[in-house]
Design a protein around this ligand. Structure first.
Ligand SMILES: [Mg+2]
Length: 372
């Protein structure tokens, strides 16, 4: 069984506000799906965290390497692509594209074997997991209303991210966090993301440490991206001094980039994004490296329903896993499947049990989102 074609699906018109300074339009082109088509017509679906023009260019650049390759050997094929593109931007766009192809190949492999991907990744340690709703901070009254709605929808864990947190002053940051805790009460897990990957991030170690002490007063479960994403020394110091666990790693790609962060103890929670870091094959290696160093693994999941499905299978197949990230409301998560994800009565998400990723794309929705 061979790979015949890889098709790129654009996603436009439902892009959520990322909260970044360059503004936001629903038409922003940030994610794309890739569909791997085998010579017998069977298909597997993957997701890529980069815009469709770059994904199309990446798929074409890699064409001589994937066309006619085995359609049921995800790990070997994606490693071949990775190792063969060392001149064309190791770890950049091409690694993002390889991520999508790898996820698509796992989906195909599962369909051919008639097994869920989680079983093929090594086996299921769990059949459901707690999703944390990923939201942006906002002015206190808007924030409180947004949190109330999210809890009413059944979420038992929520992460709040960046703007305006960390952008005004420390007193206001505390107002935001206090508002959040008072709104959701003591029983909902709350996590905070500073979004330190933003361009020209102004804060350093002292801000991060002081802020982590404030977050501890409100029982915040982790403090994410408190420093710029290359400041490994700062993260090592912060992890040692902070009273709340320190999370990061969403912008890193390739297992080799994660190695020093895990081995040097820079993070309590490592957060690879399967749609960027190299796909399920690479994320699994990172997850196991983390597990062997007693570092918690939680996928970064600000992407699509396909990315979330991949995260669910991966979370099922590693010994310790506490959460998956669930961006919401998010049309590319909630509107592109024939059977959208649903929380159970305890706010947990079941791991799909049908072959492959266990999801089916709504083709009408895909066609709608492909139009500018
Ligand atoms: Mg983040």
């Amino acid at each position: 069984m061979r790979i015949r074609e890889i098709k790129v699906h654009r996603l436009l018109g439902g892009t959520v506000d990322g909260g970044w300074p360059d503004g936001h339009e629903p038409e922003d082109d940030l994610h794309a799906l890739v569909e791997v088509i085998a010579d017998d017509g069977l298909t597997g679906i993957g997701s890529v965290f980069t815009n469709s023009a770059l994904v199309e260019a990446g798929v074409e650049t890699l064409r001589p390497l994937w066309q006619g390759e085995a359609a049921v050997e995800p790990e070997r094929v994606s490693e071949k692509l990775r190792q063969a593109c060392f001149w064309q931007g190791r770890g950049g766009t091409l690694e993002h594209v390889i991520s999508g192809i790898d996820i698509g190949l796992w989906d195909l492999f599962g369909k051919v074997c008639r097994q869920p991907v989680s079983r093929l990744l090594g086996g299921c340690y769990r059949h459901r997991i707690k999703p944390y709703a990923s939201l942006l901070f906002d002015e206190p009254d808007i924030l409180a209303a947004r949190l109330t709605r999210t809890v009413e929808r059944g979420f038992r864990a929520i992460k709040l991210g960046w703007r305006p947190f960390g952008r005004r002053n420390s007193k206001f940051d505390e107002v935001l966090v206090r508002t959040a805790r008072e709104t959701v009460g003591p029983d909902v897990d709350l996590l905070v993301d500073a979004g330190g990957s933003e361009q020209f991030w102004p804060h350093g170690y002292k801000w991060a440490l002081r802020t982590s002490q404030m977050l501890a007063d409100y029982d915040i479960g982790w403090f994410e991206e408190a420093l710029p994403p290359d400041d490994i020394e700062g993260f090592v110091r912060l992890r040692n001094a902070s009273p709340v666990p320190i999370a990061g790693g969403e912008v890193l790609t390739r297992r080799q980039a994660f190695q020093p962060w895990i081995e040097r103890g820079a993070l309590d929670i490592v957060q690879p994004d399967v749609t960027k870091c190299g796909g399920l094959s690479e994320a699994r290696r990172i997850a196991w490296l983390a597990y062997d160093h007693n570092v918690q693994f939680v996928s970064h999941g600000w992407n699509t329903a396909v990315g979330l499905a991949a995260d669910l299978h991966l979370a099922a197949a590693i010994p310790v896993a506490r959460y998956v990230e669930y961006l919401t409301p998010a049309p590319y998560i909630e509107e592109i499947l024939t059977s959208p994800f649903e929380l159970d009565a305890e706010g947990m998400l079941p791991i799909p049990q049908t072959p492959g990723l266990g999801i089916e794309l709504d083709r009408d929705a895909l066609a709608r989102f492909a139009q500018p």
